[in-house]
Design a protein around this ligand. Structure first.
Ligand code: NCD
Length: 304
């Protein structure tokens, strides 16, 4: 057993032993059907979501309720951010109400790291700008383990907007730590300069990146984080980088296909694949509740 988890701000600084301990616990919770426990009875979880979310917010809420926590959801359109309050002031005011955990989603990279030292509550980063989305990477690793039995030694290709994607970054950290061979594929304009330094192989064409891949992770174009000029058009992107039944033939015959959602059908991923037998997209969502239970449980026991 590794030490207590004091917050989850990213995967980059998460020791491998902690990552594996979270996934092992999530596996047990998943096997139990995410059975309700009393681990967070009498404690409060605040979901502070300053950017849109369907899956992540709901998943954290269900996870917290399965642990018997009280859950409060604060979203941007109903918060005093609209009246000019800073994020730090919002966080400190919510913290004064003594929640055990604050789950933060924010459009600025580094937002979770910024508030964490100033609040008593443990902070979970539920996505900060282009920086990290640790619980998404954890649930992706857990889903890969469930389907492939391991992460180590697998060839895993991430296709899409690597430059703007916090999901890509957190996954690269998680998968490289666990010993996978990670490839990233995108148009040159959407590949971060020097991405190879993170331990991945970069491709500016999708077919060679898919060759022999055992896991194919497809990402959305983060158009809300682009200010024009990254791709000629969605149709061109789809034609050259969209994953479909045809180019997937290059992958390993047992390859699984993943997507964190929200999916733009027919752009980055063809419906025939998204709804086909290789797709584990809804398994990712199902397992996400178990991962978030495992994370919240560890944070709660660290608070006690
Ligand atoms: C992702 C996010 O918000 O970073 N969605 C999610 O949490 N499942 C990916 C995305 O928005 O493309």
């Amino acid at each position: 057993m590794s030490g207590p988890l004091l917050g989850l701000l990213g995967v980059e600084a998460l020791p491998l032993a902690q990552l594996v301990a979270i996934l092992d616990r999530a596996d047990a919770l998943y096997a139990s059907g995410n059975k309700k426990t009393a681990s967070m009875n009498g404690e409060t979880v605040v979901n502070l979501f300053m950017e849109p979310s369907t899956r992540t917010r709901t998943s954290f809420e269900i996870a917290a309720k399965r642990l018997s926590a009280d859950v409060v959801n604060v979203s941007e359109s109903f918060s005093s951010a609209k009246k000019g309050e800073t994020l730090l002031d919002t966080a400190r005011n919510l913290d004064a109400m003594r929640p055990a955990v604050i789950v933060l989603r924010h459009g600025s990279s580094g937002a979770a790291n910024m508030i964490a030292p100033h609040v008593r509550a443990r902070v979970v980063n539920a996505g900060d700008g282009q920086h990290e989305h640790p619980t998404q990477a954890l649930l992706d690793s857990g889903t890969i383990r469930r389907h492939k039995g391991r992460v180590e030694g697998l060839t895993i290709t991430i296709v899409g907007d690597i430059l703007h994607s916090r999901v890509a970054r957190s996954n690269i950290f998680a998968l490289v730590k666990q010993g996978a061979n990670v490839r990233v594929a995108a148009p040159r304009s959407l590949l971060p300069r020097g991405v190879e330094a993170l331990g991945v192989t970069a491709f500016d064409r999708v077919e060679p990146a898919l060759a022999g891949a055992e896991v194919v992770m497809v990402l959305r174009l983060q158009q809300e984080r682009m200010n024009g000029g990254y791709i000629p058009s969605l149709r061109d992107y789809s034609r050259f980088f969209g994953v479909n039944a045809h180019n997937l033939r290059a992958a390993h015959p047992d390859a699984i296909v993943m997507h964190p959602g929200p999916m733009n059908r027919g752009v980055e991923l063809a419906s025939e694949v998204a709804d086909g037998p290789r797709s584990v997209i809804l398994d990712q969502v199902a397992y996400g509740v178990s991962v978030r239970m495992a994370v919240l449980e560890r944070l709660a026991s660290a608070t006690a």
